[in-house]
Design a protein. Structure first.
Length: 119
């Protein structure tokens, strides 16, 4: 190989090494952001759970747990809505299971309008 070819090869290797380092740096930043976001969501969830634990009866918390087993996304949305309502003072505390049923009925009016067609 000539000196010119060695220089070109060294330049290509340096360029590829820089690309790999940039890619690794970008992946590390994405992972760090994802971890921070997960920690933030965990803190928010813990805050919501603390508010609900303080203001809901045992039976109402058990009902929310059962909803969470059936549909975790819906349960999280309900918990967030309930925590907001409790912080605004629009719900009397401690909330019983019957009161939670009424709130759930109000929150899911759009779901109750769904019809089932059998063929």
């Amino acid at each position: 190989m000539t000196a010119n070819q060695d220089d070109e090869l060294a330049a290509l290797r340096a360029q590829r090494l820089q690309q790999l380092q940039d890619q690794l740096h970008q992946q590390a930043n994405q992972q760090l952001e994802a971890e921070e976001q997960a920690q933030q969501q965990a803190r928010e969830s813990a805050n919501v759970d603390a508010v609900l634990r303080k203001h809901l009866s045992h039976d109402a918390r058990a009902r929310l747990t059962r909803i969470g087993m059936a549909d975790p996304n819906r349960a999280n949305a309900i918990k967030t809505d309930l925590a907001a309502m409790l912080e605004q003072g629009s719900i009397n505390t401690p909330m019983s299971d019957a009161a939670l049923k009424q709130v759930l009925a109000q929150l899911s009016k759009s779901r109750s309008n769904a019809s089932v067609r059998r063929i």
